[in-house]
Ligand binder design. Structure first.
Ligand SMILES: *[C@@H]1O[C@H](CO)[C@@H](O)[C@H](O)[C@H]1NC(C)=O
Length: 470
């Protein structure tokens, strides 16, 4: 049927509407002229107003040095203001030492972690590593001033052992660091707005500059996309400062120590050093400032993946060509079939990918858009930290039956998302978790999975939609 031509009345109404729009858009006041001195607030960063000596030290002269204060602390993660270092030894200056936690919860010898109680004892710090001294002693030891290490620094007192790995870097070091630091801003918004300043430098006093990258080159990408202007120091720089024989003082520093974190209750419970930091206050959106920087760098709008009204994205990270920790081939095929079935039936987006065949940026982009991520226990699941937590966000991890490890379970939950562990057709979620166990078959190529059970749970998780729409 041909459309009927508009009536005179309709034409008249349309003309009136146009006039009204024209009138209101014209009567809009012009935007105020931009202020003529837009550079004033940021100018001092680049140059001083008046000539002055370069500010390199904290001087107390004949009085006593300022005391160290602790801004935030749990075992292994401590934020200190005015922490001193001299000849490679860390000094907490305090006239009320009873308010300072036992230093073994702050710092260790920074040795490699080996199992056994004897090894645990061996890593505990001595006077040659960290000391708590009075202001009087500090005056005697440091003299009248200390060289300033300005702004906020991150000092990592760990050996390379757990650094050169994407999971340990992003989901432990970076995770714990930011979780501890974010305790100073418990009102970080879901968009990631925060009052925290980025760290100026990250200092490793036990590793050199060729021992912090990982085989997938993710560590450096995460570092430089989280904080594009952060600088790095390594063991030689630590030694340089030590050999100068003068005290340095951190304006503010977060000291991370894996060995010290291992003394926490949360470590005993989850075997994750970052878990210690979760005992601190913090926002539900604590991770978003980092996540947003990284996904935005990868070219994704940080808001992608939020809310529950968009098309759900299911991503299965396959390890079938990895050689270790793989599904029974027929079970893998069946799982893929089932995922395609629910894609066709419900209109989900389904991705079956192998992380090793994607660029770093592609991995982050896909994770950022993913609603349900799944795969066999392994490093590929580290990307879950780039997902956007929403009520449907889910991680499904496949283990050899009876096997379990907290790594990705803990990490998922720490972000406010839901994790399911699968033993073939059986699945479990917190708080009903099994005890961690590396059973025979855990690392093998014969891990069973019931693809139909997985698909059923996907549909269940995604049909939350109707209840919690936003
Ligand atoms: C977050 O910061 C941006 C940029 O300043 C601003 O536009 C937005 O309104 C802020 N959001 C909240 C919730 O404060």
């Amino acid at each position: 049927m041909a459309p009927t031509p508009p009536t005179r009345r309709e034409v008249l109404l349309l003309a009136m509407l146009l006039l009204v729009i024209l009138f209101f858009s014209n009567s809009e006041p012009p935007p105020p002229p931009s202020p003529t001195l837009p550079l004033t607030p940021s100018a001092p960063v680049l140059e001083a107003h008046t000539p002055q000596p370069l500010d390199t030290r904290l001087t107390w002269g004949s009085s006593r040095p300022p005391e160290t204060t602790i801004a935030s602390h749990v075992p292994g993660w401590t934020i200190l203001d005015k922490l001193y270092i001299l000849k490679g030894v860390v000094y907490i200056v305090s006239d009320s030492p009873s308010t300072i936690p036992d230093v073994r919860y702050i710092y260790s010898k920074g040795l490699a972690i080996k199992p056994g109680q004897e090894e645990d004892q061996k890593r505990l710090p001595t006077d040659r590593h960290i000391r708590v001294i009075s202001t009087k002693e500090a005056r005697k030891l440091f003299g009248t001033s200390a060289q300033t290490i300005d702004g906020f620094s991150f000092l990592v007192n760990d050996p390379p052992q757990f650094i050169t790995h994407y999971y340990h870097w992003s989901a432990e070091l970076w995770f714990g660091f930011w979780r501890a630091y974010s305790s100073l801003d418990p009102s970080i918004s879901p968009e990631g707005n925060t009052t925290l300043v980025p760290p100026r430098r990250i200092m490793f006093n036990h590793l050199d500059n060729v021992h912090w990258r990982d085989y997938a080159d993710m560590n450096q990408l995460v570092l430089r996309s989280s904080f594009p202007s952060v600088s790095m120091e390594f063991v030689d720089d630590w030694r340089d400062r030590a050999e100068m024989g003068k005290a340095f003082v951190f304006e503010r520093v977060l000291v991370a120590d894996r060995s010290a974190a291992m003394l926490s209750f949360n470590y005993a419970r989850y075997q994750r050093t970052a878990a210690a930091a979760f005992a601190l206050p913090g926002s539900m959106s604590w991770w978003q400032p980092i996540r947003n920087n990284v996904v935005e760098f990868a070219g994704v709008d940080p808001e992608v993946g939020s809310g529950t009204t968009g098309k759900p994205v299911i991503t299965y990270i396959s390890r079938q060509n990895w050689g270790r920790r793989m599904l029974i081939p027929e079970h893998h095929d069946r799982l893929v079939q089932e995922l395609h079935r629910i894609r066709n039936e419900y209109g989900y987006e389904v991705n079956v990918v192998e992380a090793e065949h994607m660029s770093r940026v592609e991995q982050i982009r896909l994770a950022a858009r993913t609603t349900i991520m799944m795969g066999v226990h392994g490093n590929g699941l580290t990307s879950l930290v780039w997902m956007k937590p929403n009520p449907r966000s889910t991680v499904m991890e496949f283990f050899f039956p009876q096997g379990f490890a907290h790594d990705y379970e803990y990490t998922t939950r720490a972000l406010g998302m839901v994790h399911y562990g699968f033993w073939n057709s059986e699945y479990f979620t917190s708080p009903g978790l099994p005890t961690p166990q590396y059973v025979e078959g855990f690392q093998g190529k014969e891990i069973p999975i019931d693809g139909e059970a997985v698909a059923r749970l996907c549909v269940e998780r995604l049909s939350l939609n109707s209840e919690v729409d936003d």
